[in-house]
Design a protein around this ligand. Sequence first.
Ligand code: FES
Ligand code: FES
Length: 169
Amino acid sequence: MSATPNGASARPFASHPIRLILNGQDRQLDVLPWTTLLDLLREQLDLIGSKKGCDHGQCGACTVLRDGKRVNACLTLAVMCDGAELTTVEGLASGDVLHPIQRAFIKHDAFQCGYCTPGQLCSAVGLANEGRAHTPAQIQELMSGNLCRCGAYSNIRDAIEEVVLGGEQ
Ligand code: FES
Ligand code: FES
C-alpha cells in the first residue's frame, strides 16, 4: 500500500483474472475493472480489426460476438466477459476459408474505406444467428446500429440479404 498526502493508505487497483474462449483459443487474462472489451482487444491483444469509431455505443464499428450475440465492445467491460466465447472479425474465417458473409461483402463490393466493415460483418453474423430478419426491411432496421460514413449501405444490404435471406450459412 502507498501513502496519500494526508497520510491515509491508498489501496492499489486490483486486476481481475478472466478466462475467455477468444476466436477459438482459450485465453486467461488479467484485466483492470474499468478496461473495456474494445480496449482489451485492441490495446492488449493486438486484435485491431474491431474499430473505435465513437466509443459511445453510437456507430457499431466495435461490434463483436459474445456467445454468438452481437455486442458493442466499447460498452462492454472486459470483466463482464469472464467465461464467454468471443468472436471478433479476425475469427470469422475458418483458416483460409472466408465466412459466407465475408464472401458476400467481397462479391457485392460492400465497402469503401473499410472502417465500418469489421463491425458490419460481426453484426451481420449476429443478425443471422438471431433468426429474426426475414425481409429486406427487417435487415435494414436490425442493422441500423451499424453506421457507414462512406454510405455503402445499398451494397452492404445486398450482401447481407444474400446470406441472411438466401439461407447461406
Ligand atoms: S465504437 Fe463502439 S459503438 Fe462506436
Ligand atoms: S466503408 Fe467507409 S465507413 Fe463504411
